[in-house]
Design a protein around this ligand. Structure first.
Ligand code: PLP
Length: 461
């Protein structure tokens, strides 16, 4: 008799489907050459399973679509703004809300308000747009994540934690008055979707209070972080995701968020905070870059869908299936012997391209190469997170050559089935088998900012 087990299943049934098509091998090869071996430049019609990002790619629920019909498209004071403000207050706990068109809009506003030229901004690993806005405001990013996060094989369960000693070193070196805030990210994207623990956050909170440093949360995946706390931090087993989320936010002073992730919408973001003066300045800046402070670059219907998405995001069954599907894919890939970042995080499987293509120099862009090969193999679109994403050091002008040279297979929320995950794992295994014959890439075009989006490559001879 088969071993008894209890599986989870998706907490929804499917009402609408979108057909997808697999191009043949010759067409895929032509498409990747035309895209300059950059998966960001592929046309989505040429992609079979799209794991480029979990950003804005979620399937909305019937309740979210219904909410969109209730969009109040008044220029000023839309009722959807006040609903969203109440929802953010209820689930994240912040007093003030400034909507933005997406996460980077909020990052721009916050960086301009809080950073002075010559300041230092510590963070639990960088995020591309976040760091760029810090630099553009005159700040310098300092990585203070625990060392475990830089080791793709270390299975420490809270690789998103802040190393308080690194905070202390920074404060000793530059003085606390040059450190306006720490940028604290939930389920750290660039580390593989790894959570911080509440115990670590409490310690950080005490440290920051002592030195008068604000904690600004990048709350983009903090609901997922709350789920991880529930399932793996002692003392939190019996708390709801909702309670844990509120507790996390209570130790922070405000947040930026890309609502295109946790919040289950296709577009949107916001800045939120408790301080009245910071709010007043954010309200003033948002009209320059985004729109009036009651819509911030969003339609009323977008805010309505976001409020409903936030309510759905904290449901246990949703996170269990979301994180469960990612874990399932990770297990399939690991079973083929392919090196991945451990432990598996919330939103993606990261393949260790540096190890898989260890015969390539890092300046031959192993991760960019692997990502192109996976597309050629079976029409699967992934993303580079390595030397190309890390960019050049503004001081030396050299490639940053980060420790982690990865590709990310990012799972959109509520979009693909377990059968899709099986196909993905089999394709990864097929590329892995022929890895020794894979040649590296050479960059032929490099844009000035966030080069990974638009740079172009050709195969090395
Ligand atoms: C996506 C993302 C952002 C930027 O948000 P956009 O909505 O893409 O502008 C910022 N921080 C993290 C951690 C993200 O994943």
């Amino acid at each position: 008799m088969k071993k008894k087990k209890r599986s989870w299943a998706e907490p929804y049934k499917i009402k609408t489907v979108e057909l997808i098509e697999m191009k043949d091998l010759k067409e895929r090869e032509e498409a990747i050459v035309e895209a300059g071996f950059n998966t960001f430049l592929l046309k989505s019609k040429d992609v079979y399973i799209d794991l480029l990002t979990d950003s804005g790619t979620s399937a909305m629920s019937d309740l979210q679509w219904a909410a969109m019909m209730r969009g109040d498209e008044s220029y000023a004071g839309s009722k959807n703004f006040y609903e969203l403000e109440d929802t953010v207050k209820k689930f994240y706990g912040y007093k003030h809300l400034v909507p933005t068109h997406q996460g980077r809009g909020a990052e721009n506003i916050m960086s301009q308000i809080l950073i002075k030229k010559g300041d230092f901004i510590p963070g639990n690993m960088y995020f591309t747009t976040t760091r760029l806005h810090q630099e553009m405001a005159g700040g310098q990013f300092i990585d203070v994540i625990v060392d475990e996060a830089h080791d793709p094989e270390n299975t420490f369960p809270f690789k998103g934690n802040v190393d308080i000693e690194k905070m202390q070193e920074l404060v000793d070196r530059v003085g606390a008055d040059r450190v306006p805030y720490i940028s604290l990210e939930g389920n750290v994207n660039m580390a593989g979707g790894q959570p911080f623990s509440i115990a670590n956050l409490k310690e950080l909170h005490a440290f920051c209070k002592k030195h008068n440093i604000l904690i600004m949360l990048d709350a983009t995946r903090t609901v997922e972080n709350a789920y991880f706390i529930k399932i793996q931090e002692k003392g939190y087993e019996d708390k709801s995701i909702e309670e844990i989320l509120l507790e996390i936010c209570s130790y922070t002073d405000g947040c930026t968020i890309s609502a295109k992730k946790d919040c289950l919408v296709n577009i949107g973001g916001f800045f939120a905070c408790n301080d009245d003066e910071i709010y007043r300045r954010a309200q003033n800046l948002v009209v320059i870059y985004e729109g009036l402070h009651t819509y911030g670059g969003l339609a009323g219907r977008d805010m309505a869908a976001m409020a409903q998405g936030i309510r759905e995001s904290v449901m246990f069954e949703h996170q269990q299936a979301r994180v469960g599907q990612v874990k399932y894919l990770g297990e399939q890939i690991r079973d083929y012997g392919v090196p991945i970042v451990e432990p598996v995080g919330s939103h993606a499987i990261f393949l260790n391209a540096g190890k898989i293509l260890s015969h390539l120099d890092q300046d031959e862009y192993p991760a960019q190469t692997l990502s192109a090969e996976l597309y050629i193999e079976n029409g699967i679109r992934s993303m580079e997170r390595g030397n190309v994403s890390a960019g050049r050091d503004p001081g030396t002008g050299q490639n940053r050559r980060p420790k982690l040279e990865l590709i990310r297979l990012t799972i959109p929320r509520r979009v693909y089935t377990q059968a899709h995950m099986d196909v993905v794992a089999e394709s990864v295994a097929a590329v892995y088998e022929r890895r020794k014959n894979i040649k590296g890439l050479e960059m032929t075009y490099e844009p000035e900012y966030l080069r990974f989006f638009q740079s172009r490559f050709k195969r090395k001879k």
